[in-house]
Design a protein around this ligand. Structure first.
Ligand code: SF4
Length: 208
């Protein structure tokens, strides 16, 4: 399923996209497509494009501090060719890894509403179901986690979000949760480098 660059399913986000095109003429300000290898065994799911990150560059977790934090670990654990992702043409490649967001358009104040998460779930569902058997899904934050559970048709009450919880989704996937590496979470030390490292150790333990 191709993510339409003129998708209009969420009127509030469409209006916000147009506003950003006026405010920041050089920015991407369209739905942000999945990034990474065609066939991969790690799918990382974030919340939504950041204003000056993915919304600006057109690539998830690229061009902002969240991306800087994430890519250090992707590189360290062999999932990226460079320790940073700064622009769509910087040559950075993902290895056995794809990155996407639960909501593909920039939401005001980084807060999508329920209908927007639901509208965009069709794209996430396709991305998840395209992953091969034995893949790891890494949910960054509660909204990503809940969007994954919805896309998989599972009960939310049976799969609560906790940092570092693991769920085996029979027969295909392992779901691992982490706090989102947003600037707020990192600066307040709710998510430390040591905590994030433990997440990647678990992923490598599973994928080898
Ligand atoms: S958030 Fe998703 S469903 Fe909503 S307009 Fe953007 S691409 Fe379409």
């Amino acid at each position: 399923m191709i993510l339409p660059q003129d998708c209009r399913l969420c009127p509030r986000l469409v209006a916000f996209r147009y506003m950003q095109r006026t405010n920041h003429p050089g920015y991407h300000s369209k739905p942000v497509n999945i990034f990474g290898a065609d066939i991969a065994h790690l799918l990382i799911i974030g919340l939504a494009p950041g204003l000056h990150g993915a919304n600006a560059t057109g690539r998830p977790f690229t061009g902002d501090e969240s991306g800087d934090f994430l890519f250090k670990f992707l590189y360290r654990y062999g999932f990226a060719t460079k320790p940073a992702s700064r622009s769509i043409d910087d040559g950075t490649r993902l290895l056995d890894c794809r990155i996407t967001n639960a909501v593909k358009c920039l939401p005001p104040k980084n807060k999508p509403i329920a209908s927007e998460i639901n509208n965009c779930n069709r794209f996430l569902e396709y991305e998840i179901k395209s992953m091969p058997t034995g893949s790891v899904l890494l949910a960054l934050g509660t909204i990503a986690h809940r969007a994954i559970i919805k896309a998989l048709g599972l009960r939310q009450s049976g799969h609560p979000f906790y940092h570092q919880v693991e769920y085996t989704i029979a027969p295909s996937y392992k779901l691992i949760d982490s706090f989102h590496p947003s600037r707020y979470m990192v600066q307040t030390k709710k998510l430390t480098p040591e905590m994030f490292e433990e997440v990647f150790i678990r992923i490598r333990r599973f994928l080898g």
